[in-house]
Design a protein around this ligand. Structure first.
Ligand code: RB5
Length: 149
């Protein structure tokens, strides 16, 4: 599975931690920055990862900022992206099972490393259930296709 990962400075440390966790496994991870704890703007990294996922160059994305909110707002502006901000394992798994979320967003200033690890692992292994959930997602996609603003 190809994973695009990115963060701002407030998510940098957790991004690096997640990268280490997933290294050497079944994942092909590309880091789109930021590459230091120096202050940057989350939209620069959120849009990049979201566009890589939307284009199909990565199967999934992981974004981290301080609260997770900025990255969620940014990523969900990109057509084809369903970004889920998760603070617990249940919502992370549901975001895959019911919503086929293709980007997981984490909040470094809220979620500790241990929980973040469990969230990432559960999210990566959870499958979309399809069925009735597919027609709901089709409605989102129809809206995206026809929208002019
Ligand atoms: C950066 O200070 C912070 O505002 C950002 O990481 C994020 O929390 C925004 O949602």
């Amino acid at each position: 599975m190809k994973i695009a990962i990115g963060s701002d400075h407030a998510g940098f440390e957790l991004k690096e931690y997640i990268k280490q966790l997933l290294a050497g496994g079944d994942y092909d991870i590309t880091d789109y920055g930021t590459h230091s704890p120096q202050s940057v703007d989350y939209p620069d990294y959120g849009f990049k990862v979201a566009q890589v996922v939307a284009s199909g160059d990565a199967d999934r994305g992981i974004l981290v900022c301080g609260t997770g909110i900025g990255m969620s707002i940014v990523a969900n502006k990109v057509k084809g992206v369903r970004a889920a901000l998760a603070f617990d394992i249940y919502t992370a798994v549901q975001s895959r099972a019911h919503l086929d979320a293709n980007i997981l967003v984490l909040a470094e200033r809220v979620t500790g490393k241990g929980l973040a690890e469990e969230i990432v692992r559960s999210w990566l292994s959870a499958e979309f259930e399809g069925g009735r959930h597919s027609s709901r997602i089709a409605k989102i996609e129809a809206f995206e296709k026809n929208r002019d603003r």
